[in-house]
Design a protein around this ligand. Structure first.
Ligand code: AQP
Length: 332
């Protein structure tokens, strides 16, 4: 019995990195497998580990992320789409799994190292350290077998498999399946301003990313200002031309063509000409999503209703599985 589970943080509007790295993979699976179990969470408990927005910003971010997922094609009739904090069993299982983890192992993870850098010594919140344990609890609470995520999550997915294995070993049971990571064929999308960093919702510069609610003018301005170099020709080489290679890889993600095909098609274009072609492609793909997104954001009642119905369905499974976990651990 395959159970697909994944989560996305309500830390802003989804950008094309989220879309190509994760949302599109989810939607393809959702539509190709109408019968399998598919559970997708707006992980608000995770979202407070890096920033503590005030309540109205938090609510707004939950609405925007949910509307973004629906606008991209997540279908609540096929996917259980729910709000993590409304299923308290996530935090309870996180506590149990946290007792099987060492702080040293968690502090070694690259995402922790990266995100903890912005705090001064001694100020890193506990939630940031235990983030991957909560992520593991999210998946295992539903006995997830497959986790579609961007490849930037691979270390966390190794940890998840390890935690499931250690739990089974510690209690001498074959309780949790060992979940498999499902990645998108698209490479990690990099920031438009700094191709050494991934494109990210929480990056302070709007110009570092293309969001699914950007207007045509915004898309044009962002692509025009994206980092390239002084070589006018279009060639794909991450070592020497990371900015241009990122633009080629974004174009290839939009068009489902390989970077080599994109380069061959772009013969004769200079960087500006290529950017113009990318602007047209981005507008053609993003404008219809933006229109749906705006309609959905105008109907907040509908968004909260989708989440409430999803959370009720998710909770029924979570309560049952956590009760079994408690039995295994000896809490009852
Ligand atoms: N640049 C990216 N390229 C490919 N995939 C990406 N993902 C994120 N950025 C890229 C994938 O999107 C999914 C949801 O991510 P998340 O919101 O849970 O957290 P994140 O990875 O931390 O994403 P962001 O955009 O960078 O958010 P903030 O700035 O809030 O931390 C994941 O499957 C991720 O792999």
């Amino acid at each position: 019995n395959e159970v697909f589970f994944s989560g996305i943080q309500p830390t802003g509007v989804p950008h094309i990195g989220n879309y190509f790295g994760f949302i599109k993979t989810w939607i393809n699976h959702q539509n190709a497998n109408p019968d399998g179990t598919k559970i997708l969470s707006v992980v608000d408990l995770h979202a407070i580990t890096t920033a503590l927005p005030n309540a109205s910003v938090m609510r707004d971010n939950i609405v925007k992320m949910t509307a973004g997922l629906l606008a991209c094609g997540v279908d609540p009739a096929k996917t259980v789409l729910f709000q993590q904090s409304q299923v308290p069993e996530h935090a309870e299982l996180c506590w149990i799994l946290g007792s099987l983890q060492t702080i040293t192992q968690l502090q070694r993870l690259p995402q922790y190292k990266d995100k903890s850098k912005k705090y001064s010594k001694g100020q890193v919140p506990l939630g940031l350290v235990s983030y991957p344990v909560l992520q593991s609890a999210d998946v295992l609470l539903y006995k997830g077998t497959h986790v579609p995520v961007g490849e930037d999550q691979s270390q966390h997915m190794n940890l998840l498999a390890d935690i499931a294995h250690v739990f089974n070993l510690r209690y001498g049971v074959d309780f949790f399946p060992i979940p498999k990571m499902v990645t998108s064929p698209a490479p990690r999308i990099k920031s438009l301003k700094d191709p050494n960093q991934k494109m990210s919702k929480s990056h302070p510069s709007e110009f570092s990313r293309l969001d699914i609610d950007n207007t045509n003018d915004e898309l044009e301005a962002k692509i025009r200002r994206a980092l390239s170099d002084t070589n006018p020709s279009i060639t794909y080489d991450w070592e020497t031309r990371p900015g241009v290679s990122n633009l080629i890889s974004i174009y290839s993600a939009f068009t489902d063509k390989s970077p080599e095909e994109v380069v061959a098609e772009s013969k004769g274009l200079d960087t500006l000409g290529f950017k113009k072609a990318l602007i047209d492609t981005a507008i053609a793909h993003i404008a219809p999503i933006r229109t749906r997104f705006e309609q959905l954001c105008n109907d907040e009642g509908y968004i909260w209703q989708v989440l409430a119905e999803g959370s009720e369905k998710a909770r029924a499974v979570a309560v049952d599985n956590l009760s079994q976990v408690k039995q295994v651990v000896g809490f009852k």
